[in-house]
Design a protein around this ligand. Structure first.
Ligand code: ZN
Length: 350
């Protein structure tokens, strides 16, 4: 429900001609190659799976601190989970209804001694081949475990909050951060298969959740302005799967459930969603029986910060050498972060 997606909506006819001349993704791959050559990201040989250098992680961590200051007055409950969730909770979430192609499940060898011997023989055969020609036969004895990879940072919290009983009168606000998995290998470095989402999640009445989302559209935009990046917030939809997906996406747009903050990152002809602002209505509340204090079904919403995407946008717009970034941006990230965020928030409410 809070998938951060690229938008192709901005692709006009004029740019389509340019895109036809150079294959789509070529420009994005160019930016990826620059990042790899500079050692900012580290190649693993797999599209969408990268190592992070010290300088990249430093930016991610400082952004994370800025986001903490940005939400501190909401007194969120901080919860951190490993990047996996219970398979039964994942099944209940209905993620597979909407995004079966993006999900990652975790399998493990569950055979006996003779099965192990078969596995090793199959593995020997596979390893005799080149990487691309290897047989998958050794995986025939892999069985699903009780865990799946986390698809979005907020998913693990709903069943946990539900088990506590009805929400307090003010509802709850939760702060989460997790690596997430999406099976969508791409040459675009802003479309990774494993990446971090920092989220604030609101659970409460429809009014509380709508007010939360509006506040975060403003605060998210303020942060992006402080980072000296262009701000463009637009209505959006998630990439729902299949023929029925188009109808669900249209309905999501018609109800204005999702907004994204879009920044040009790798692909000059398109923009990448770096933040998303989502209203799930009673979807998760109904699934996990989350109740408000008055017994009504809780509504939920979340703001998601794509940590790698915002970091990549900074490298794209301010250059690959962080020492040469604009003074104001450097001061925000490596200087008086707290004071600068407080000042921006004060300006917001003035
Ligand atoms: Zn979320």
């Amino acid at each position: 429900m809070n998938t951060i997606t690229d938008t192709a909506a901005a692709q006009a006819t004029a740019t389509a001609a340019a895109a036809a001349a150079a294959p789509r993704g070529a420009e994005a791959a160019g930016f990826r190659d620059e990042l790899l050559a500079a050692g900012i990201l580290i190649d693993t040989g797999e599209n969408g799976l990268y190592g992070r250098s010290q300088v990249f992680e430093d930016v991610v961590e400082r952004l994370n601190v800025a986001i903490t200051h940005l939400g501190a007055d909401q007194q969120p409950e901080v919860l951190r989970f490993p990047p996996a969730m219970r398979r039964t909770d994942f099944e209940d979430s209905e993620y597979l209804k909407s995004f079966p192609d993006l999900a990652g499940t975790i399998h493990s060898f569950c055979g006996n001694d003779s099965g192990h011997q078969r596995l090793l023989r199959a593995l020997d055969n596979a390893m005799a081949e080149s990487d691309d020609d290897r047989s998958e036969e050794w995986m025939s004895q892999q069985k699903p475990t009780r865990l799946v990879l986390t698809p979005a940072a907020c998913y693990p919290i709903y069943p946990v909050i539900a088990r506590r009983g009805p929400l307090p009168a003010n509802g709850r606000t939760v702060d989460v951060l997790s690596y997430c998995f999406r099976h969508e290998p791409s040459l675009d470095p802003a479309r990774m298969q494993m990446f971090r989402q920092r989220e604030y999640v609101r659970l409460g009445s429809p009014e509380q959740v709508m007010a939360f989302r509006q506040m975060w559209i403003e605060r998210g935009s303020a942060l992006v302005s402080l980072l000296d990046l262009p701000v463009d917030v637009d209505l959006a939809n998630d990439p729902f799967f299949g023929r029925g997906g188009k109808i669900i996406a249209d309905s999501q747009r018609a109800q204005a459930l999702k907004f994204e903050l879009l920044i040009p990152v790798a692909n000059p002809n398109g923009k990448t969603a770096c933040l998303s602002f989502n209203y799930h209505m009673e979807h998760f509340g109904e699934i996990w029986k989350i109740e408000c204090e008055d017994g009504s079904v809780a509504h939920t919403g979340c703001v998601g910060f794509g940590m790698e995407r915002i970091t990549l946008a900074l490298f794209r717009h301010h250059g690959l050498d962080v020492n040469l970034w604009p003074d104001e941006v450097r001061a925000l990230l490596w200087g008086d972060t707290h004071a600068r965020i407080a000042h921006a928030l004060a300006g917001d409410s003035a």
